[in-house]
Design a binder for this molecule. Structure first.
Ligand SMILES: Cc1cc2nc3c(=O)[nH]c(=O)nc-3n(C[C@H](O)[C@H](O)[C@H](O)COP(=O)(O)OP(=O)(O)OC[C@H]3O[C@@H](n4cnc5c(N)ncnc54)[C@H](O)[C@@H]3O)c2cc1C
Ligand SMILES: *[C@@H]1O[C@H](CO)[C@@H](O)[C@H](O)[C@H]1NC(C)=O
Ligand SMILES: *[C@@H]1O[C@H](CO)[C@@H](O)[C@H](O)[C@H]1NC(C)=O
Ligand SMILES: *[C@@H]1O[C@H](CO)[C@@H](O)[C@H](O)[C@H]1NC(C)=O
Ligand SMILES: *[C@@H]1O[C@H](CO)[C@@H](O)[C@H](O)[C@H]1NC(C)=O
Ligand SMILES: *[C@@H]1O[C@H](CO)[C@@H](O)[C@H](O)[C@H]1NC(C)=O
Ligand SMILES: *[C@@H]1O[C@H](CO)[C@@H](O)[C@H](O)[C@H]1NC(C)=O
Ligand SMILES: *[C@@H]1O[C@H](CO)[C@@H](O)[C@H](O)[C@H]1NC(C)=O
Ligand SMILES: *[C@@H]1O[C@H](CO)[C@@H](O)[C@H](O)[C@H]1NC(C)=O
Ligand SMILES: *[C@@H]1O[C@H](CO)[C@@H](O)[C@H](O)[C@H]1NC(C)=O
Ligand SMILES: *[C@@H]1O[C@H](CO)[C@@H](O)[C@H](O)[C@H]1NC(C)=O
Ligand SMILES: *[C@@H]1O[C@H](CO)[C@@H](O)[C@H](O)[C@H]1NC(C)=O
Ligand SMILES: *[C@@H]1O[C@H](CO)[C@@H](O)[C@H](O)[C@H]1NC(C)=O
Length: 471
């Protein structure tokens, strides 16, 4: 699921004046909704989770004239995997720990990305990025211009998308991307070629379904069936999650929100649903809409009584929830490439490969901030270091010094934890090699007419993104 793939070079949409995000503004957007006394009970609907999916589901009910619902959220803020923090020696820059991009806007009068519309409605500050055309290339010997290999990998992904479409038309089985590439005669051998492929296919998701990846890409970036190939980076001091929080504040009242309540048990029957939280609340409702991440559903944090039916368990088990980790570094001053991205090819595939400069015109010029992204097993390993940033820094700097031998030590470092976070258990979902569309339909299907499912992972078209999908 290559989120980052864009082709068009364009100018910045937004030219920010004073792009430094003031920490004092980061909370400005958070909803001040506080539950009043006893939690509401016996409602028509319980919406479990207050991320993009939960809040937009609530809005949809509200628009349909149904206001007898409660959103139950473990955190005390809306947004879920859209979540910012302040960073830097001064604590003066707002960085996004999770989602940062709006992928796809609109082509002509074609379909508009609803996330982009929300962003416009709440005046989100964004900047257009050119992640596939504004790159400096490195390997373990320093700068090395392998842009020809990069162009070839762009081409290979287009061919894989076309192949997936063709095979679908002809009722042939899905292939994982690696197999599709082999079939097309594309087989990267060198570290440089491998780094290009890694970047192309969403950071080493080579076991990913080529069909699901192609749909995901097409419904987002292909103007024929999707939005557009424009990627907008949120640089809003209020945080990207502001679009969820500010939207929530337009229609919710305090009795419709229950923060700080972690759901532990969901009991469902023909007569309705009871949800038990870790602090002992039992809430009943006619219906519950579960919007927890696939990672949460795969684990044992939440139990269902009776157990979910086999077809549902199979669907939940078939989609994967890998980890994607950004490591933010701040230096006294910028000493690196002037492009948006630096792509680094190590002899060990996946070792600190993708570097993105935030000390960039329109983002945070003068900030000295850059971040590097790792995924999959490598990200998992970093999480096992358990926030030992000393160790992480040693490893990251070893790579950065292959790119820049005289690189000084950073003055600040931060990495968010997603895989081991009990409320997420991974970053975003991805369909594996055993993908069949029925699994996706079964993921979003209700269980007995009372238990419903929504959220990133349940969307066949937009999984992995901050889009929204409703039952
Ligand atoms: C590192 C990273 C980078 C990403 N980058 C992008 C990007 O650039 N662009 C993009 O479009 N998408 C990106 N995504 C994906 C995007 O963030 C998600 O697809 C989207 O935010 C999911 O929304 P959701 O409502 O489905 O789920 P969530 O945001 O996970 O919402 C579920 C809510 O349920 C709550 N919850 C979980 N368990 C319980 C419980 N037991 N009891 C009560 N509450 C609970 C959680 O706190 C959370 O608020 C990224 C994600 C990550 C992690
Ligand atoms: C907060 O943001 C607003 C507008 O974006 C700005 O006018 C104001 O000065 C900011 N406040 C602080 C404390 O930076
Ligand atoms: C939730 O918990 C946080 C942190 O413990 C606290 O600051 C906040 O006031 C609580 N909010 C509600 C609505 O209980
Ligand atoms: C944005 O606001 C307009 C006008 O209020 C509204 O019609 C539209 O539905 C909103 N879009 C989204 C995605 O919320
Ligand atoms: C990258 O973008 C910057 C700013 O738009 C531009 O000055 C530069 O020429 C671009 N570089 C490449 C290699 O496209
Ligand atoms: C890298 O090589 C390509 C052609 O192979 C060329 O167009 C580009 O300008 C080169 N970039 C640099 C920074 O030398
Ligand atoms: C994706 O779009 C490409 C280009 O339009 C098309 O050839 C291909 O069939 C599509 N893939 C799928 C799986 O729909
Ligand atoms: C694919 O299967 C569908 C449904 O079974 C059938 O209608 C269609 O003709 C098949 N297409 C091909 C190319 O075999
Ligand atoms: C909610 O109602 C149910 C049944 O009507 C009851 O068992 C439960 O204790 C109530 N919960 C709270 C928190 O009042
Ligand atoms: C909540 O429900 C559970 C399971 O039915 C029960 O064991 C527990 O006593 C109930 N708690 C309260 C406070 O009613
Ligand atoms: C509630 O869920 C927890 C965690 O999944 C589990 O350990 C516990 O046995 C469940 N309790 C009931 C009453 O189902
Ligand atoms: C941090 O603050 C100092 C003085 O308060 C300022 O000179 C410096 O530019 C700031 N650094 C960054 C990275 O914002
Ligand atoms: C963190 O990593 C450093 C460098 O490897 C090591 O010296 C230190 O003992 C580690 N700290 C902890 C708490 O594990």
């Amino acid at each position: 699921m290559p989120w980052f793939r864009v082709s068009a070079a364009a100018v910045f949409l937004t030219l920010l004046t004073g792009a430094v995000a003031q920490a004092a503004n980061a909370t400005q957007c958070q909803s001040t909704l506080t539950p009043a006394g006893a939690p509401p009970n016996n409602t028509k609907v319980l919406i479990l989770g207050g991320g993009m999916a939960g809040v937009i589901a609530a809005r949809t009910l509200h628009q349909q004239g149904i206001n007898d619902f409660v959103i139950v959220e473990a955190k005390h803020v809306f947004g879920g995997r859209m979540s910012q923090t302040t960073f830097g020696a001064n604590g003066s820059y707002v960085i996004e720990k999770g989602a940062n991009w709006i992928h796809g806007t609109q082509t002509g009068s074609g379909p508009a990305n609803p996330v982009w519309e929300l962003a416009k409605n709440h005046s989100l500050k964004t900047v257009e990025t050119h992640l596939f055309s504004n790159i400096t290339f490195f390997d373990y010997n320093g700068p090395n211009n392998y842009s020809d290999k990069f162009e070839a990998s762009l081409d290979a992904f287009d061919k894989a998308r076309a192949l997936a479409g063709q095979r679908w038309q002809q009722n042939q089985t899905d292939l994982d991307l690696r197999s599709a590439y082999n079939y097309l005669g594309v087989s990267p051998k060198t570290p440089q070629e491998q780094a290009c492929e890694y970047y192309q296919i969403d950071y080493d998701a080579s076991q990913t379904s080529s069909l699901a990846s192609a749909w995901n890409y097409n419904y987002t970036f292909d103007p024929d069936v999707g939005y557009s190939d424009v990627d907008l980076l949120s640089v809003d001091p209020r945080g990207f999650a502001c679009i969820v929080q500010a939207e929530a504040a337009t229609f919710l009242n305090t009795s419709q929100v229950l923060f700080n309540q972690t759901v532990e048990n969901i009991t469902y029957s023909q007569s309705g649903v009871t949800v038990q939280t870790t602090s002992g609340y039992n809430l009943t409702a006619d219906h519950a809409l579960v919007t927890f991440s696939i990672g949460v559903l795969q684990g044992t944090d939440v139990s269902f009584e009776p157990k979910l039916p086999d077809w549902k368990v199979e669907a939940i088990s078939s989609i994967e929830m890998p980890v994607y980790t950004k490591i933010f570094l701040q230096f006294e001053k910028k000493f690196w490439f002037d492009t948006e991205i630096g792509l680094y090819a190590d002899q060990q595939k996946g070792r600190y490969p993708v570097w993105q400069s935030l000390d960039y015109p329109g983002i945070y010029p003068g900030s000295g901030i850059i971040f590097v992204t790792v995924t999959g097993d490598y990200a998992d390993y970093l999480e096992q270091l358990n926030k030992n940033t000393t160790q992480v820094q040693l490893e990251v700097m070893e790579v950065l010094r292959k790119m820049y031998p005289n690189a000084p030590d950073p003055i600040d470092i931060f990495l968010p934890i997603w895989g081991r976070a009990p409320l997420f258990r991974g970053s975003y979902s991805s369909w594996g090699a055993s993908f069949i569309p029925q699994h996706a339909y079964n993921l979003s299907a209700p269980v007995n007419g009372h238990l419903w499912f929504a959220g990133e992972g349940t969307s066949l078209k937009y999984f992995g993104r901050s889009s929204y999908s409703l039952p």
